[in-house]
Ligand binder design. Sequence first.
Ligand code: MG
Length: 346
Amino acid sequence: MAQLRLQFQSHLLPLAHTFTLSHSSRTHTPITFVAIQWDEYTGFGEAAMPPYLGETPESSERFYASLDFSWVDDPGDLASLKAYIDAHAAGHTAAKAALDIALHDLHAKRLGVPLYTLFGLNPSNSPTSSYTIGIHPKNELLEILPETEAFGLIKVKLGGDSDRETIQLIRDYTDKPLSVDVNQGWRDEKKALDEIFWLKEQGVIYVEQPMPKETTHAMEWLTEQSPLPTIADEAVQRLVDIPSLVGRYSGVNIKLMKCTGLREAFAMIQMARALELKVMIGCMTESSCGIAAAAHLSALADWVDLDGHFLLAKDPYVGLGFNGGVVQVSNEPGLGVRPNGLNWDD
Ligand code: MG
């Protein structure tokens, strides 16, 4: 009988530019790639692990080595597989997401359908993706701005010392809509509200994680007063966190690496909609393998921020498209991506 076989390999991938947020700066990103085989089919997935979230290639590899798939007689039983993987150990959300992505890729390939079909979606409903600009000195910013050319929305990281100068510099360059991500960088809600009113005048359409994730009353006040939607990112990881956002934020940034993958992300989107929260689908710095998985769900989002693969110096997967600012999934079965320079055993 066929057996479910898991392979994994870790890489420290160089970034195209040093990436600076309000709390950190880095030149490489650690990723553990997985491949899951059944008969002649192989599903691909990845765990992208920005250092501040606590997972590492070592922790992922230990987690994978401790799993036992010998009980699996149907790799399409995604519900039982998720339950087993999730209950095996707490945390490890990115490591779990890699398995979930690979299992969905495998399942869709065995059915001969693109992954979005499993969720009943039409990918032509996917919104344009934003392109994220980190915190840079003025001379570097001027060099980076031409890279935003193909995108319909520019997401700007704020929370540094020169937020208004940064926005003004970008405004001198383009009149495209902007969004901002403060990464918890503002401490005073009254100052935050002043900034948001000013940002709205500059053509900003939403504000992501303006204050620290623990903030409750100040965030309720800010969201109530804010002329722009406020989006929770660091303040939410998984399905269980969604109800706590009601009244505190206008919407949620759902990322596969935070929430254990597609199956839970889909549930989070349904719950967010039921609670009248806006839905954004985001990513870490990851290859087009993980980005493709998120892009297969993006027809359900108000806003999409799926530019992680463009931030890598070299992408180890190919097959994902980009047209008119939209990250476009292929109509091939599964995720629609294939390895480019990564070696997997047959
Ligand atoms: Mg964010």
